[in-house]
Design a protein around this ligand. Sequence first.
Ligand SMILES: [Zn+2]
Length: 306
Amino acid sequence: MGSVVGIRNRKKNKMATQGRNEKCWCGRGKKYKKCCGRFTLDEMMSKLSAYAAANKQKNKLIERSLKFLKACEIDGGDAFLVLVDPVAKNDIIDWTLVGGREVGNHVREALVTRRILAGCLPMFCLVKDKSAEWGWRGEIDATLVGEECRDEFIAFASLEGQVVAATLRGKMAKEDGWVTAIPWEDLSYPGMPLKPRPAGTIRIEVNIAKRTITIVSVPLRASIEIEFTPDHLTGDEVDDALFEARHVIEALRQVDPPKRLVDGDRVEIWRVVPDGEKRLLLSMTMPVTPWLTRNDFDVHGDEIAN
Ligand SMILES: [Zn+2]
């Protein structure tokens, strides 16, 4: 089983295959027709999608969903949280499954946040359980939704749990249930709290002859080259290289994260000499407090001081 996967199911095949007079699979001990079977699929979905759309406390739901997943992992076993979009598109219901110990907290948080902000609901957890027939059991936390739609929630979650399980076991016809791994490179989401990137080395390579500066950010694995004008050149290559590099440092202190300098960054200023060789001029660790004052910066140019 993948750690972050999308599951899609065709809505037409999602109605219960359980006998109406049998005990309901949700475990509440009633006959199916008097329990979860009293709702149609459309009734459950319209109730839940209206609830998800009106939910003003999505942040709370995100937090509680992540806690629920953690709680299901408590015995050191694997667990997967399943989120569903209760609005079917082209008669297809999309699921997202997230979990597994190899999936770090920030990935979980980003994924669950994105899905819930987009209107999905956390439905149930698949919990590894050796004593269960298939090695997994489903767990539903009915308190994740308001009381007004709890019955529909339990009915839908139990029903869908069966479908997801059947899909993962390969017991569903391919065209009715399929699984896709989700590429997960961009972890951002609206309102995401900014996390500082880890400190690293920023190399500033100044080529006076070509009037270019190359900024190499090791932590971001990125580099850019910019050109500068000869306006401030004095003819002393070392001074000029330091001066131009300071412009860059000042800019790096103000750009948007994660390009911005963070505490602990090591900044190196290199001069590229005419034969292409690079010579280290300066290397320093960035302190928390500003270390370049306006006065330091304006040493060479009167016009900047104004
Ligand atoms: Zn039931």
